[in-house]
Design a protein around this ligand. Structure first.
Ligand SMILES: [Mg+2]
Length: 382
C-alpha cells in the first residue's frame, strides 16, 4: 500500500499512541473480523495523509475538465482497532489538500475516551470551523468504520437496512465527442443505469449517441449548464421520451424561480445537487426541486447523510445518493445508506486507476455491500 510513502500526520504525540497491541493501519489481507467488545480504555488517535487520485479518463462536465482529484485519507485508531476515512476535494467545492490538512491539524480527539459518543465527537468536529465538509467527512467516516468494527457489524445492519434493497448504481458518461461517448457507453454495458453529463453545446447529440448503443434508463446531470428555462423544459420533454429518470441541477442554483418553474412543468423529477450541501440547506429545497443528491463530501459524512435522508422522506422528496471521484473508502461508506434511497450514483471508485481499498462491488449493475464490519473496506493488496 502506497500510503506509507506519504508523510503521515497525527492528531496525537507519538507518546500517546495506544498500547503496542494496536494493529495500526496494517489491515491488509482478509476481512477484519472483530468481536463485539466492551468499552475499551484506549485513546482515539487520528492519522491523515494526502493522496492524489488518477482518473482513468479525462472527466468533462459542463463547467470543467480534469484528470486527477486530490484526496486526504484518514484513520482513527482505538483499542487496537482502525477505522478508515477519506476526504475528496473536487475543485469546484473549494476544499484542497491544504485546507483539509489544516482542518485536521486542529482536531484533537485525545479529549474523547469513548468512540461510541459519536454525537458529541461529531458535534465537536462540526464546531471547529464552518464549511470544510469533506474534511469533516474524513473524520465522520473513520469514526463510523471504527465504531462498526467495535460492534462487529456493518453499518447497514446497525441501521437495520436490508442489503438486498441496495439499488443498482449508474455509471457516468462525461461530455465528449460522439465517438468517445459511443465507446464509453459500450464499455459500460455491465451497468443497468447510466448517468449522462449534459450542459455544453451537444446535448441532443450526447443523448442520441448513447441511445444508438443502449436503451438502459439514464440519469441526466446538467451541472448548472442551462441558463434558459424554456430550453430546459424543451429538453426535459426530449429526455422523458428518451428514457431519462430525472434531471440533476439543470440551471445555476441562483436561478431559483426558473428552477421552481421548471419543476412545476417538467415531466421528469428535478434534483438539487450544487444547490445544497448539508442538513441545514434542505428545508428551502421544498417546492423548488423534486429531490436531492446527497454526497458525503458535501454534507460532512454518514451521520449528516442519514439525517438528510430521514428529513427528505418527511418532505416527500426523491433521494439520489452520489459521490465524488473517491477511493472505495468513501464510496462504500455511502453505499451503506443506499438501501434507503431511490437512486444511486456510486461509481467514483470505478473512475480511478489507483484505488487503495476494496469495498462495495457492482454485480449485474447492482450495489453489493460487503459483509464486513464498519464501512466494510480492506486495504488493497499492492
Ligand atoms: Mg451532479
Amino acid at each position: 500500500m502506497k500510503k506509507r510513502e506519504f508523510i503521515k500526520y497525527s492528531g496525537l504525540a507519538a507518546g500517546a499512541l495506544i498500547a503496542a497491541g494496536c494493529t495500526g493501519s496494517a489491515g491488509a489481507g482478509p476481512a477484519v473480523k472483530t468481536q463485539p467488545r466492551r468499552k475499551g480504555s484506549g485513546v482515539l488517535k487520528l492519522t491523515y495523509w494526502p493522496y492524489e487520485l488518477q482518473l482513468r479518463h479525462v472527466f468533462t462536465v459542463a463547467t470543467n475538465s480534469r484528470t486527477t482529484t486530490p484526496v486526504v485519507l484518514t484513520t482513527i485508531e482505538y483499542d487496537g482497532v482502525t477505522g478508515y476515512g477519506e476526504a475528496s476535494m473536487p475543485p469546484y467545492l473549494g476544499e484542497s489538500h491544504e485546507s483539509v490538512l489544516n482542518f485536521l491539524s486542529k482536531v484533537d480527539l485525545g479529549q474523547f475516551s469513548d468512540p461510541f459518543l459519536m454525537e458529541d465527537i461529531l458535534a465537536y468536529i462540526d464546531g471547529i470551523m464552518p464549511g470544510n465538509h469533506a474534511a469533516k467527512a474524513s473524520v465522520d467516516i473513520a469514526l463510523h468504520d471504527l465504531v462498526g468494527k467495535l460492534i462487529g457489524q456493518p453499518w447497514f445492519r446497525i441501521w437495520g437496512l436490508d442489503p438486498q434493497k441496495a439499488p443498482v448504481t449508474s455509471f457516468t458518461i462525461g461530455i465528449d465527442t460522439a465517438d468517445v461517448v459511443r465507446e464509453k457507453t459500450l464499455e459500460a454495458s455491465a451497468f443497468r443505469q447510466l448517468k449522462i453529463k449534459l450542459g455544453r453545446d451537444n446535448d441532443r447529440e450526447m443523448v442520441e449517441t448513447v441511445r444508438s448503443v443502449t436503451d438502459v434508463p439514464v440519469f441526466v446531470d446538467v451541472n448548472q449548464g442551462w441558463k434558459d428555462r424554456n430550453y430546459a423544459l424543451e429538453m426535459a420533454h426530449f429526455l422523458a421520451e428518451n428514457k431519462a429518470l430525472f434531471i440533476e441541477q439543470p440551471m445555476p442554483k441562483e436561478q431559483v424561480d426558473d428552477i421552481a418553474w421548471l419543476t412545476e412543468r417538467s415531466p421528469l423529477p428535478i434534483i438539487a445537487d450544487e444547490a445544497l450541501q448539508t442538513v441545514s440547506d434542505l428545508l428551502p429545497m421544498k417546492g423548488i426541486y423534486s429531490g436531492i443528491n446527497i454526497k458525503l463530501m458535501k454534507c460532512g459524512g454518514m451521520d449528516a447523510a442519514y439525517k438528510m435522508i430521514t428529513m427528505a422522506r418527511q418532505m416527500d422528496m426523491k433521494i439520489l445518493i452520489g459521490c465524488m471521484t473517491e477511493t472505495s473508502c468513501a464510496v462504500t461508506a455511502a453505499a451503506q445508506l443506499s438501501p434507503l434511497v431511490d437512486w444511486a450514483d456510486l461509481d467514483g471508485n470505478l473512475l480511478i486507476s489507483n484505488d487503495v481499498y476494496e469495498g462495495m462491488i457492482v454485480t449485474d449493475g447492482k450495489i453489493v455491500l460487503p459483509d464486513r464490519p464498519g464501512i466494510g473496506i480492506i486495504e488493497k493488496k499492492s
